[in-house]
Design a protein around this ligand. Sequence first.
Ligand code: DC
Length: 212
Amino acid sequence: MNPPAIAIDGPAASGKSTVAKLIAKELGYTFINTGAMYRAVTWYTLQQGINPADTEAVKALLPTIPLSFGKDGSVSTVLFEGRVLTSELTEKSTNDNVSAIASIPEVRALLVAKQREYNTKEAVVMEGRDIGTVVFPDTPFKYFVTASEEVRAARRAAEGITDSIAERDKKDSQRACAPLKQAEDAMLVDTSDMTIEQVVAFIVADINKKLA
Ligand code: DC
């Protein structure tokens, strides 16, 4: 049996990344940011001059894509030719095209396999859109972290990021393959009126109760 896998899903800018990272730290588990993996494929596709809407061309790239998925301490990283990708992953062009890339089933199959690999040897807190529904459907630890659209837009603006999150969420929720949705057995955590510390404490308490 694999070590525990904590699934944290939710829309863009719901705070799930910050929360997932802190939960991982508190439990001593590895934090895996799966959005970064979809972003890296998007960035590389654009680098190659390929239109993300050209599904066949994107699929043709996948077998030889020079990306690898590693760790820096207890945090996941994405590497391109051995170099850790950082600012490339939040460039405007990456933001604008990541939903198109993430809607391609072959891209998802490749990345889901890599995501599951992380959990074969170690306990993980994994953050994304389909972790509870597709990546780890059998885990008892599923949390759907959300916040009102106003709160999410304000949080993004405070970070200085201008990204059309409403449009991205719409695309991510409406795609045919592994759409953004709450797993039936996931616990809904609305963070609109909660501090980060409260959210982390609430989820960690639930995990510890289930582990006991
Ligand atoms: O979490 P994020 O905003 O960095 O994710 C970027 C995009 O990647 C998001 O708009 C949809 C896609 N994504 C996905 O489809 N499935 C995941 N597990 C994680 C991200």
